[in-house]
Each structure stands twice: as structure tokens, then as C-alpha cells.
Design a protein around this ligand. Sequence first.
Ligand SMILES: Nc1nc2c(c(=O)[nH]1)N[C@H]1C(S)=C(S)[C@@H](COP(=O)(O)O)O[C@H]1N2
Ligand SMILES: [Mo]
Length: 591
Amino acid sequence: MVEGAGPNTPPSKVSPEFVRSFRSQLTSGEDVVDPSTWAGSVPPASGVAPRVRVWANRWFNLLWLLPIGFVVLITAVAGAKGLRSTGVVQLFIQQYPGTSEAAIGETAALPVWAGAQHFLNLFLMIFIIRSGVQILTDHPRLYWTRHSTPGRDWFRIQKPVPADPLWTAKNDSISLPGQVGLPGLRHSIGLARWWHLGTNVLWLLNGVVFYVLLFATGQWRHLVPTSWDVFPNAMSVLIQYLSLDWPPEGHWVAYNGLQLLAYFVTVFVAAPAALITGLGMSPALSTRFRRISKVFSIQTARSLHFLVLIWFLVFIVLHVSMVVTTGVLRNVNHMYASRDDNSWLGLMIFGVSMVVVTVGWVAATPVTLRHPRIVQRAGFALIGPVQRLFEHLDAKPGEYTEADISPYFWHNGRYPDSDEYRALLDGNFVDYRLRVNGLVDNPQDFDLEQLRALPAQEQITQHFCIQGWSGVARWGGVSMQTIMDQVHPRPEAKWVVFYSLGDGPDGGIYYDTHPIDQMGYHLTMLAYDMNGAPVSFGHGAPLRLRNETQLGFKQVKWVKGVEFVADYAEVGGGFGGYNEDHEFFGYRQSL
Ligand SMILES: Nc1nc2c(c(=O)[nH]1)N[C@H]1C(S)=C(S)[C@@H](COP(=O)(O)O)O[C@H]1N2
Ligand SMILES: [Mo]
């Protein structure tokens, strides 16, 4: 044991300036993205064709669905033609021609607001989908349980996880072409999330206005089936389509049964499901409402969120094909020109709107790489208020048990490689000191024995990495409240900075800041134990932060100093943390 240190020695007093000196070890990030040095110069990495696990460890390549789907379609067409030659089916189609009796007599032309909202919806969805796929590629695997155990994924677009015990989630991420993903670069989730969450806010607002107008004007009758005959009618339409013998254009005055069901599900089931499954991935909400999230875990939410995307993609493809093949002029007139005829006006308006869409599509990635700080600020302006709201959810320990602990807990980030750290590790951390100061009345240094002598806190909680993986672990350590009771933060202290012994991927030490209110939360602690053993090298030895209302990147590992400050803007690049400075993340990440 080191001289002077020990459970009975009072923590030593240090100069309040000491931790401040760590600031000189920080680097500020760039304001433009250079793809060649991005995220610590990770080279582009391609994934594999989508695969679904069919048995314990058999994987089915989804590209096979192309030939299989083709064969199924041919068979279905033959089957439908066969059916239509039977008397029973002919009678059935006569009785249920496709459109409900109740809908006859409605005008097909839609009001101007519906056209405008349809355009906005389409425009926003381009960014939502591209950034959503980008987010998926940051952890290119899906699971049904809250654990993210390699080999237990049900879907992947990446090779199996290599055996390397220190393989990180960042190593596992893949790139996308810049015009497919938004912004395409490997591990660009910070920017992708601003696009995704920011445009989502606008998309949801558009949706709320749409719902209100729909019910205020009676237009809902276009989208909500009002009679059970929608089902036989949908069946009838399906047989008619598949038999390639469609009624003449304009025969179905109102939406046919199949169309009605598809629109209804898209507007009233898929859209709300996108929101609910999205919120199901929030660390703050899941930790606060553990009873719900025990069943509806982050991974279930993420998998369902992905299936909602698949629904939207299939819907878009079929919807556009049908619009084009069933009298395109008249169809686009209904939607965009509020008229029910075969003039060219609707198509012209649609054409102009497609120019806007194309410009938006092509510009999104280059603009994002050129002006990432604008994307970061605009995104935060849109979603920040919601993130702030969720930050007030202070959960108590308790809901998870030993049985919930994950068999595999991913590693992430850049491992410390300095001589300073190596020496501490080799010496079993006897020389380690946690330095706590800044705007406090009683700045202190603690060695590990002193920390272990303080009242201990234990909690079994779930970790949510921004990339999408999760894991449950039992953490043992000291609550930040206990530390604050020792050092007495001053009233001016509003933010708390955690400095790491390790560097971030672009050089300069890793750090992150947290609002001081969250330091007093039940589940905020500095952990020296994980699952009953001292925190390992990879997971942050000897000490790492836990703040369970926030995402994983805020949980600084290998903590060497804690500084209480008035404003995080004075630290590092001024955005509130290493990833915030270098990778354009947000400093509030309860979502
Ligand atoms: N010092 C430091 N702390 C860090 C990181 C890092 O790169 N450096 N990565 C963060 C990220 S992105 C995550 S998800 C968690 C991962 O913790 P784990 O490796 O124990 O799972 O640590 C966080 N803390
Ligand atoms: Mo992370």
C-alpha cells in the first residue's frame, strides 16, 4: 500500500486548479468533416448482404428472396387466373367488386391541404429513412432480447463478431454510399441522429396537423374503413390484380378495399408504431418505466422499428407502382391538383415537387459534411426540448435482478495506451488518484481504498450505447451524491466534467459533461466493480461513470478527474464532451 493512503487516512486536499489543468490535454474538434480523418481515421468498411438467422446458427441470405419472390409471384398469378375461371370466385367478385357500397358517390379529388401534406410527408421521409438506415449500420445487427450477444442476433448486415475479446462496437460499424446513407460515412451516427430526430419532429407535427384536418373535414372516410366488407373487397381486389385482369380505369371511384386497408395501416398503425418503437429505445424512458421496458426492451423496440421501416418501404414501392399503372394522370390530379380529370396539371405539380425532392436528396450529404455544426445546432433546436424533458426522469434501483445480467457486454471506444495509464495498471492502481475539484468548497483526492471505504452503492442497470447495442450489468461503487457530500459543490456549479485517463479517437483526452441535477439521481455513480469483480481494463478500470438517464458515450471510462464548472462551453471544444466536439453528438442524450 502506498504511504499515507488507506481507509483511515482522510482524503488529501488539493489545489482547486489541479483538475482544471486537464483542460490543456483536450483538443477541440473540426468544424468540417474530412472523410479521410473521420472518427479517428476509421477506414470505410462494407457489410454483407442482409441475413436472417433461421436456426441456432444458420443464416439465410435475403437476396434469395428475389428469385423466390419471383417464383411465388408467378405461381400466385397462375393461381389467381385459375380461381377467376371458377364460378364461385366470379360470383364472389360480382358481390364484392372491390369498393365498399358505403364509399360510392364520394368525389375522388382531394383538398389542397392533403396534397401539400402528402408532399411534405414524402419529402421528410427521404431524410428520415436515409438517416435511419445510417443509424442501423452503426450497429448492423438486430436482436429480440435486451442482451446483444454475438450470434444471438436475428438479423445482420455484417459478418459474425470476431473472437477478439476487446472487439469494439465501433469496429463493428459499417459504411454506406453517401447518397444512400445520410451522411454515409462509417460511424457518422451523431450527424445521422440529428437528421433522423430533427426531421422526425417535423414529420410528427405534419402528422398531427394531418390527423386534425382529416377528422375536422370528414376526409377521414377516405382512409378509415367503415364497413366489414372491406375485407372481402380487399380479397377480391387482390385476386383481380393478381389475375392481371383489372377493371377499366376509373371503375373504382373511391379507394378499393385493398388500398383502403393499406392506407389505414400506414397512417394509423405504422406511423404511430414508428414513434412508439422509437421512444422504446430511450435510456431515460426505459430506465424510468422498467416494467414496460422489461417486456418491450430496447432491442425489441429497435427490431420493430426496423420492421416498420420495411413496411414503409414495401408500401412506397407498391403505392407508386399502383399510382403509375392505374391511370397516372387522373391519380396525380386527385392528389396534387384537387381535380378529377385527365389533364396534365397534377403531373406538372408533381414534377416540380420531384425536382425539390431530388435537390434535397442530392444536397443532404455534401451539406452535412460541409456544415456539420449547423446540422448539430439545427437538430438540437428541434429535438433538444424533448431530450431535456426526459432528463427529469430519476429512476430508483431495483427492477433488474441477477438473472437479467447480460452474458456478453460489448466494449466500446478507444483503449488508453499512455505510459501513465500502463504504469497505473501494472501497479494495480495503488498510485491511482481520483481528483475532484473545480467550483467546490472542499476539493479532494481519493485513492481506491478511500473510495471503497465510502458508503457503497450497487445497482443492476441497462447500458444503452448510441450505436444501438445494450447490456445489463451489476455496478458497484460510490454514488455521485456521496462524492458531492464530501466536496460540497458551490451554487455556481451547474455542470460536472469527467476527464479520462484515455484519449479519444482523434487524440486529446476523452471527457464528457453532465448537468449537476443528474449527479444527485439515485442511479448516478462512479463504479469500481462490475458484476462482482473490479471493473476490467476494457470496461474502464479502475473507475467509470454511470448516469442511467443518458446514452453510453456519456459514461466516461478510466475516470481520472471530476471538475465542477459553471458552464461546459469553457471546456474543450465547448460542445459538452469529446463526441460532442469531435463527432457532433448532443450533450443531452436521454433519447
Ligand atoms: N474514456 C472513454 N470513455 C468512454 C468511451 C471512450 O471511448 N473513452 N466510449 C464510450 C462509449 S461510446 C460507450 S458505449 C461506453 C462503453 O462502455 P463499455 O466499453 O464498458 O461497454 O463507454 C463510453 N466511455
Ligand atoms: Mo457508445
